[in-house]
Design a protein around this ligand. Sequence first.
Ligand SMILES: [Zn+2]
Length: 179
Amino acid sequence: MAILKLFEYPDKILTQKAEPVVKVDADLEAFLNDMLQTMYADRGVGLAAPQVGVLKRVIVIDPFQEEDENGVLKKGKPMFLVNPEIISHSEETIFFCEGCLSVPGQRAEVERFEKVTVRYLDEKGVQKQIEAEGYVSVVLQHEIDHLDGILYIDHLSRLKRNMLLKKLEKMRASQKAKE
Ligand SMILES: [Zn+2]
């Protein structure tokens, strides 16, 4: 397994639409495992292929990690989703504070559907379906958005988005100054 390079805002790859996977094979499974390892290394709960520079419709999530006594995250229930598709959703929405490995150090509240049903292929190519609500539903919507070139900050008002991007710039500038 390998840790992959993460692409961050404003890299153009994050705004592009990813292509459906045609063949689920051992190479794809190895890539999914690399994505998972990359996600754990950066303490994320989800990762989409465009975030590591690959325009394929695959995501990995693990919303149920727990910290051990040393503050190290333990593997929860990782899931690989190939060609995930939201086939239905609730009318009700929820607000959730989201962050993204491609927009480091920032968080903001985003409105999402409270429940979604997602159809996908697993890492063996078997078609599956998951009904998710609350937190898991939010994680799925956030990651599937990445496959369509959408970041969570694109759901914010222009004012909030600009404020967040200014903070990101400031954070990067002060990190550079420390180097
Ligand atoms: Zn993200």
